[in-house]
Design a protein around this ligand. Structure first.
Ligand code: NAP
Length: 243
C-alpha cells in the first residue's frame, strides 16, 4: 500500500475523481463528506469493487472538533494519514460584493479557508516525513471573480498564502505542501453559484477553448502527492486551460 490518503469533500466532483484515482494508484482512501452520505457511499463502493480500500467519514471540516474526530477515525480504521487533499470548498449565488452580507462572507471563509487551515494543522501535527498535502485553490484567486464571487476569490487567495507559508515551515520536516488552482471545471459547484451552464458559456473563450474535467484536476493532485514531485513544495499549479 502506498499510504493513507484523506480527501475532504470526496463525495462528488473533483474530490470524488481524486479519491477514485488515488485508490487505483494503491492508496487507502478516506472519503470525507459533509451532507451527501449516499454519494460518498457510492464512491467507496466503486473503489471497493475495483479491489481498493476506502472508508466514508462524515465531518464538517470547517469545525475544529470534527476535523480532529475525522483524523482519529481514519487513523483507527485505515492507519495514520500520510497524504491529505484539502478539496472541500463552496461558493454561493453570483453577486456583486456590495450586495453580500457578512453572514455569507463568513460562511465562504469557513468553507474554503478555515477548513483548509484546520486540516493542514491537524496533518502537520500528525504526519511523518514523506507526507504530502495538496490544497484546492482556484484561478479565481488571481482573477478576483468580479460580479460573481469576490468572497470566494479572497478565500482562495488565503489558501494560496497558507500553502506557501506552511510549505516553508514543513519543508525541513520532509512534508511537502502544494496547491492546485483549477479554472473552469465541469462539476456541480457552478449550479450552487446559480449558473449550471457556466462552464459551457465560458469554456469556448479560454485559450484551450473548453472547460476541464474533474479527472484532469485529479491527475495534477495525484502527481503533486506522489514521489515524482519530490522536489516540489510551495507550488501553485494552475490547471486552467491557459486561462
Ligand atoms: P463540488 O462538486 O461542489 O463538491 C464540493 C465537495 O465539498 C462536496 O463533496 C461537499 O460535500 C464538500 N464540502 C463542502 N463543504 C464542506 C465541509 N464544510 N465539510 C466537508 N465537506 C464539505 O465542488 P468541486 O467543483 O468538485 O470543487 C472541489 C474544490 O475545487 C473546491 O475547493 C472548489 O472551490 C475548487 N475549485 C473548483 C472549480 C470548478 O470549476 N469546479 C474551480 C476552481 C476551484 P457535501 O456535498 O457532502 O456537502
Amino acid at each position: 500500500m502506498k499510504g493513507v490518503a484523506l480527501v475532504t469533500g470526496g463525495s462528488r466532483g473533483i474530490g470524488a475523481a481524486t479519491a477514485k484515482l488515488l485508490a487505483r494508484q494503491g492508496y487507502a482512501v478516506g472519503v470525507n463528506y459533509r451532507l451527501r452520505a449516499e454519494s460518498a457511499a457510492r464512491v467507496v463502493g466503486e473503489i471497493e469493487q475495483s479491489g481498493g480500500r476506502a472508508l466514508a467519514v462524515q465531518a464538517d471540516v470547517s469545525i475544529e472538533t470534527e476535523v480532529v474526530r475525522l483524523f482519529d477515525e481514519i487513523e483507527q480504521r485505515l492507519g495514520p494519514v500520510t497524504h491529505l487533499v484539502n478539496n472541500a470548498g463552496a461558493l454561493f449565488t453570483q453577486s456583486r460584493l456590495v450586495d453580500m452580507d457578512l453572514e455569507r462572507f463568513n460562511r465562504v471563509m469557513l468553507a474554503n479557508t478555515t477548513s483548509c487551515f484546520l486540516c493542514c494543522r491537524e496533518a502537520a501535527r500528525r504526519m511523518q516525513p514523506g507526507g504530502a498535502i495538496v490544497n484546492l485553490s482556484s484561478i479565481a484567486a488571481q482573477l478576483g471573480a468580479p460580479f460573481e464571487y469576490v468572497d470566494y476569490a479572497a478565500a482562495k487567495g488565503a489558501v494560496n498564502s497558507l500553502t506557501k507559508g506552511l510549505a516553508k515551515e514543513l519543508a525541513a520536516e520532509g512534508i511537502r505542501v502544494n496547491a492546485v488552482s483549477p479554472g473552469l471545471i465541469y462539476t456541480d459547484i457552478h449550479a450552487d453559484g446559480g449558473e449550471p451552464g457556466r462552464v459551457d458559456r465560458l469554456g469556448p473563450t479560454l485559450p484551450m477553448q473548453r472547460g476541464g474535467t474533474a479527472e484532469e484536476v485529479a491527475n495534477a493532485i495525484a502527481w503533486l502527492l506522489s514521489d515524482q514531485a519530490s522536489y516540489v513544495t510551495g507550488a501553485i499549479l494552475e490547471v486552467a486551460g491557459g486561462r
